[in-house]
Design a protein. Sequence first.
Length: 236
Amino acid sequence: MGKPFYYFGKALYTLGRPFFPTKVIGKENILKKDRCIYASNHLSAIDIPLIQVHIPGYRRYIGKKEYKEKRFSRFCLSHFGVIFIDRDKPELSVMREIFKVLDDGQIVLFPEGTRNTGNEKEMLPMKGGLAVFAAKSGAPVIPILFYRKPKVFRKNYMYIGKPLDICGQYKGRMPSSAVAEKLTEMYEYEFAKTRIILDDYVENKRWKKKNRLPEGVVPEAVTEWIKEHPAPNFEN
């Protein structure tokens, strides 16, 4: 019942789309069918409907096991296709289900593990699940960033970044805890850089013809940020 319920929910969410005006940036980076992991910052319960409405195609979501403890949310989310996971001690059967989906499908997860109720522009520390799923499955990670917390009738921006494929020699292998920790650090770095790109786009109104940058040109703000924040790697 997953897909029918998913698309039924999507149809309902579409009715509410005018209440949460959202400009989607980076539509060219959307993978509609190929296997991938969409990883998003998490600012509100509206994040999920917005992702579902603005990104075409069907995909499974990963949710914390606490949602399974409430009968109503368990019923709705289970039919919606959510895979419930214990973030501290994930069951082997759950891990197998996730990897089976990633054989030829897509998942959406929130690597912070919970909603960020603090600084909207800084993500909470990431959990190790994203690194584990990406490394073992070999699927690319597509970052999604909301500019700010969605609010009724307030324009927002959702940025879809270029696919991240940073697992290198660990692609296709279950990473050790040390490797997963290092990969997580690298994903955190890439998401922080993506935030600089998004801020530059919004604050300089890059969608306007007079403010657009030539193809391949990196915003100065990003260049300066990279100078001050060297990329992590496995050697240092």
